[in-house]
Unconditional design. Sequence first.
Length: 173
Amino acid sequence: MDEEKMGLPPEGHFRGGRKKVFWIVIGAFLALFVLVVGLVAWRAFDTWRGRESVELLYEGLKRGQEELYQRQMADTYGGRTPQETLRMYIEAVEAGDYELASRYFIEENREKELRSFDNAIEEDIKNYLGPLKIILEREEGEYSLDEKYFSFNGSILISLVLYPNGIWKIVEI
């Protein structure tokens, strides 16, 4: 039977159509392959960039930690015990040497401590020191489990921290 009579396209037409479909399929697979490779490459680049950011952050934190350690090692204001540091602080305030008194605080809180004495009158200072002296006399307080922090417990909370050079510094009163 004749192909034209059956309503089928001529024989050559079918072969050309198969080639066309073949190249469309190959093109689609290539496009999909390029897309997948592109996505994988983008994710790899994004991961690398993230890793670089984390490494830069780590280096910056490490440098900052080393600088802080060096400053703490060089800071010799304070006592070998929390009680000694508090006693030295009280003596400096009584003497009116607020600059020295502020040096018994950790670096971050010195300026705030020094400003707290601006416009202070003698009566206020006596009222401030009274409870501190009582706390020091009673020696009430406790160390943290790692013995790097100490808190005096009384009418006023006093927190201290042990610097790496063995000097105790006041965190807050």
